[in-house]
Design a protein around this ligand. Structure first.
Ligand code: CMC
Length: 428
C-alpha cells in the first residue's frame, strides 16, 4: 500500500503522509495542507471524515460492531470488572493491581464531601429545572471551590483532580435529583461502593433505612460500564476542545455534560421512552411511527436508532437488550414499552429504509427501559449516562493535555458579504 496520500489541484500535485493505526485504520495527515497549497482547507461539517486526534483509549469498528477499551472487549469488561476498575483502566491505561485499586477507591472516597456552599447554588434553581442543566452548572461551579491550577506535567496534580471529580460528581448528580424530587440532600456513605453510594444518595430518605437491591446494583453497574467511553463522540470532543484552551478539568467536563444533554446524543435515552409512551398513548400503531420516521417532510426520527459510526448492531445495545428481559423479570416489573420497543425494532430492521441506511438500535434504545425498571425517573436517564461517561471524559482530557495537543480551532469557508461601505443610520 502506498504510504502517501496525494491529490491534484490547479495542475499541481500535493503529497501528504499516511499514518496507519494499530487496528489498520488509515489517515492522511493534512497538517501541512494550507501551508503548501496557499490556503486551501478541507470542508467536513459534522466531522464525518475528520480525525481530530490520535488516541490509545478506545477502539470501535462501526462496520463490525466492535468496541474495546485499551484492548479489552466491552463484553468482557461489563461481565468481569467493576465500574471503578474499568474507570482506572480507561483513565490510566492498565487494569489496576489490588493495591492500585484499593488506593484509587480510597482516594475517591476522600473526595465525596462536597462543599456545603454548593447547596446555596443549588437552591437558586427552580425545582422544575432539568437535572442535566443543574449538573452542568454545579460541575462548572466546582471551579470556584477548586481554583488551584492543575499542572498537567505533575502526575500527582493530575491524579488529585481526577479523584476529586470522580468523588464529587455523583454527589452533585444525586443532589440534582433530590432537588427535582423535593427531598433532602444526602451525603455519601464511604462504607459503600461507588455505584451503591450513588444509588443510596439518590434514594435514601431520612425516615427510612436504605437497603440496596442487589439486582438493581448489578444492572446499574453493567449499564454504567457500558457508557464509560466511546472515543470522539460529541460530548467527548467537546471536553477535549474546551480543555485544549487549557480550561480546567471541571470546566471542560461541565461543557461535556451540556453536549451530552441533546436528544441526538445522550438525551436520546429520555427521548426513546417518551417516544415509546407516545406510541402506546396513540393506540400502539408501530407502522404509523415507522412511516413518520421515513417521511422526509416529517421531522420525527426513530429515537434510539442510527449512529454516526455503527453501521451494524451497536454492541452496547446488544448487551442491554440481552439484560432487559432478565432485569425486568428479576424485579417483577412488566413494562409495556419493552414489548413496543421489540416490535418497533423488528419492523424497522426488516424495512428497506433502515436497511439501506444501515440504521440499527443504538445504546439508548433499550437503556431507558432498564433505567425505568430500576426506579430511575425519566429526567435522570441522561444524568445516569453522564455518570457513566465521566471516566471517558477524564481519560480523553488527560490524554489530550499530556499529548500537548494544540488549541482546537477549525477553519471556515466565508460565504457572507464582501467588503462594503458603512452608511449612517440617516442614509439607510
Ligand atoms: N430515524 C430516521 N431516519 C434516520 C435516523 C433515525 N433515527 N437516523 C438517521 N436517519 C437517516 C437520515 O435521515 C439520513 O437519511 P438520508 O440519507 O435519506 O438523508 C440517513 O439516515 C443518515 O443519517 P444522518 O443524520 O446523516 O446520520 P448522522 O451520522 O449525521 O446522525 C444520529 C447520527 C445518531 C444523530 C442519527 O442517526 C439520529 O438522529 N438518531 C436518533 C437519535 C439517537 O438515537 N441518538 C443517539 C445516538 S447513540 C448514543 C449517543 O451518541 O449518545
Amino acid at each position: 500500500m502506498s504510504e502517501i496520500g496525494a491529490f491534484e489541484f490547479q495542475g499541481k500535485r500535493y503529497e501528504f503522509p499516511v499514518e496507519i493505526g494499530t487496528e489498520n485504520e488509515i489517515s492522511i495527515d493534512i497538517k501541512k495542507l494550507r501551508g503548501t497549497t496557499g490556503g486551501v482547507i478541507t470542508m467536513d461539517p459534522g466531522f464525518k471524515n475528520t480525525g481530530s486526534c490520535k488516541s490509545e483509549i478506545t477502539f470501535l469498528d462501526g462496520e463490525k460492531g466492535i468496541l474495546r477499551h485499551r484492548g479489552y472487549a466491552i463484553e468482557d469488561l461489563t461481565k468481569k470488572a467493576s465500574f471503578l476498575e474499568v474507570a482506572y483502566l480507561i483513565i490510566f491505561g492498565e487494569l489496576p493491581t489490588k493495591e492500585q485499586f484499593a488506593k484509587f477507591e480510597a482516594d475517591i472516597k476522600k473526595n465525596t464531601l462536597v462543599n456545603e456552599e454548593m447547596k446555596n447554588i443549588l437552591d437558586g434553581f427552580p425545582r422544575s429545572a432539568h437535572p442535566m442543566g443543574v449538573l452542568s452548572s454545579l460541575t462548572s461551579a466546582l471551579t470556584a471551590f477548586h481554583p488551584e491550577y492543575t499542572d498537567v506535567q505533575s502526575e500527582e496534580d493530575m491524579y488529585n483532580a481526577i479523584t476529586k471529580i470522580l468523588g464529587e460528581f455523583p454527589v452533585l448528580a444525586a443532589w440534582a435529583h433530590s432537588k427535582n424530587d423535593g427531598k433532602p440532600m444526602n451525603y455519601a456513605d464511604n462504607s459503600l461502593g461507588y455505584i451503591e453510594n450513588m444509588l443510596m444518595m439518590m434514594y435514601k430518605v431520612p425516615t427510612e433505612k436504605y437497603k440496596t437491591n442487589p439486582v438493581v446494583l448489578k444492572a446499574m453497574e453493567e449499564l454504567l460500564i457500558l457508557h464509560q467511553d466511546h472515543e470522539q463522540n460529541c460530548s467527548t470532543s467537546t471536553v477535549r476542545l474546551v480543555g485544549s484552551s487549557h480550561a480546567s478539568l471541571f470546566a471542560s467536563i461541565s461543557a461535556g455534560v451540556s453536549a451530552l444533554w441533546g436528544p441526538l446524543h445522550g438525551g436520546a435515552n429520555q427521548a426513546v421512552i417518551e417516544m415509546l409512551e407516545e406510541i402506546i398513548a396513540d393506540g400502539g400503531d408501530v407502522d404509523k411511527f415507522i412511516n413518520k420516521a421515513k417521511d422526509k417532510n416529517d421531522p420525527f426520527r426513530l429515537m434510539g436508532f442510527g449512529h454516526r459510526v455503527y453501521k451494524n448492531f451497536d454492541p452496547r445495545a446488544l448487551i442491554i437488550k440481552g439484560s432487559a428481559d432478565a432485569v425486568l423479570s428479576n424485579l417483577g416489573v412488566t413494562d409495556p414499552t419493552l414489548k413496543v420497543a421489540k416490535h418497533l425494532e423488528e419492523v424497522a430492521l426488516s424495512d428497506p429504509y433502515f436497511a439501506e441506511r444501515k440504521l440499527f438500535p443504538n445504546v439508548d434504545f433499550y437503556s431507558g427501559i432498564i433505567y425505568r425498571a430500576l426506579g430511575i425517573p425519566v429526567e435522570m436517564f441522561t444524568v445516569m449516562f453522564a455518570i457513566g461517561r465521566l471516566p471517558g471524559w477524564i481519560a480523553q482530557w488527560k490524554e489530550m493535555r499530556m499529548n500537548n495537543e494544540p488549541i482546537g480551532r477549525p477553519r471556515q469557508l466565508y460565504m457572507g458579504e464582501i467588503k462594503r461601505d458603512f452608511k449612517n443610520v440617516s442614509e439607510r
